[in-house]
Ligand binder design. Structure first.
Ligand code: DAH
Length: 364
């Protein structure tokens, strides 16, 4: 910057020479107008508007002028810089508009052009049925609970009143996780999630526990070593078998249709007392076709087990059986699927052929 300039003559302060300023403006306007692309505009902008541009230098000289001259010089330089700034901004806007226009044309997609059909896979019917069952119970205000597939023997058997010598323990075809004495198994049913839930939360409990279970069965048309169940558990004050029946009726109506009812037949399970087998009215013939292939003419289809949670199970789970009662049920998903859709061979369900899944339609 120049030193104090007492005898000011703007023409003598070279950078403030009106002629030079006008020339700098003209050069800048011409350069802006001549820039053919945004990149070029960006590149040349510094020379006309940057710190070392003639107008920036002129601007810096103003500080050294006597006060009487500052206003006039400031206005002139300010206007010059303003014109240059506007010219660059305007050219930038023009070039951006041209670019946008070009992109719109270049990147146009014709969405009507036919494309080769691509199969995008299908959702597995086990997932569809599971979600549908979950929706029915969530619709009644229940929650979904989950537990691990590798489970402790205590939760899988002992806490469910299936002691070490209980015959049911041997009948479960259990996969043991090595070492064999570690007390760890692949869960043979979803019932341990009952115990986990009761240990975890306080009543009232209304949960549905869907999941995979494992048994040492060979794969054939009616057996598979890995299959799916869902377990229901309710624990609250004053729960009776009538509530169990009501929940099951609501469930089968949600899954199989209006007016379908259930029937309970006495049975035995160590974890429920009393226990009952759940039959569902045949949703194909509703008991009116003695030749019905779905129910074999009986009018009823066996769905799974249920009962009032055994006092011993409540106690093992830290719940006072004098204060609370509850019901539980357990159903197989593959079985429901086979019956509902007439799937004759279990292997079709597990093989993962997309053509099998696709036949169930796409439900999200
Ligand atoms: N856990 C039994 C099984 O896998 C099914 C079952 C029966 C579950 C009765 C229950 C129940 O909750 O109350 O064979």
């Amino acid at each position: 910057m120049s030193g104090p300039n007492t005898n000011y003559d703007p023409v003598e302060v070279a950078a403030l020479d009106p002629q030079l300023i006008e020339e700098a403006v003209e050069a800048a306007l011409a350069a802006a107008a001549g820039a053919a692309s945004l990149d070029e505009l960006k590149r040349i902008r510094g020379a006309h508007q940057g710190d070392k541009s003639p107008l920036a230098l002129a601007n810096r000289e103003i500080g050294a002028l006597p006060p009487s001259a500052k206003a006039e010089a400031g206005k002139r330089v300010g206007q010059a810089r303003g014109r240059v700034g506007q010219a660059f901004t305007a050219r930038q806007a023009e070039l951006e508009a041209e670019r946008d226009e070009r992109i719109l044309v270049e990147e146009t997609l014709d969405l009507t052009v036919p494309s080769p059909y691509q199969r995008l896979g299908a959702r597995h019917p086990i997932s569809l049925v599971t979600e549908r069952v979950e929706d029915i119970f969530v619709g009644m205000g229940w929650e979904i609970a989950e537990g691990p597939e590798i489970e402790s023997e205590w939760l899988t058997f002992d806490a469910l009143n299936i002691g070490p010598d209980h015959p049911a323990r041997g009948e479960q075809d259990t996969f043991f996780v090595e070492p064999a004495d570690a007390g760890v198994v692949l869960r043979t049913h979803t019932s341990p999630v009952q115990i986990r839930t009761m240990l975890d939360r306080e009543p009232p409990i209304y949960v549905l526990c869907p999941g995979k279970v494992f048994r040492t069965d060979d794969l054939d048309a009616t057996h598979t070593p890995v299959f799916h169940q869902f377990e229901g558990l309710v624990v609250d004050k004053g729960i009776t078998m009538a509530h169990l029946r009501g929940a099951l009726d609501a469930f089968v109506q949600g899954l199989f249709g209006e007016g379908i009812v259930t029937r309970l037949r006495p049975n035995y399970f160590p974890f429920t007392e009393p226990s009952a087998e759940i039959d569902c009215q045949c949703w194909v013939c509703r008991g009116e076709d003695s030749a019905c292939r779905t129910c074999g003419g009986t009018g009823w289809i066996e769905l799974g087990g249920s009962g009032m949670v055994n006092r011993k199970v409540l106690t093992a789970s830290g719940i006072d059986p004098d204060e609370y009662t509850g019901f539980a049920f357990g159903l197989g998903i593959e079985r429901s699927l086979m019956l509902r859709h007439g799937v004759a061979d279990m292997r079709d369900i597990i093989e993962g052929d997309v053509r099998f899944s696709a036949a169930f339609g796409m439900e999200i």
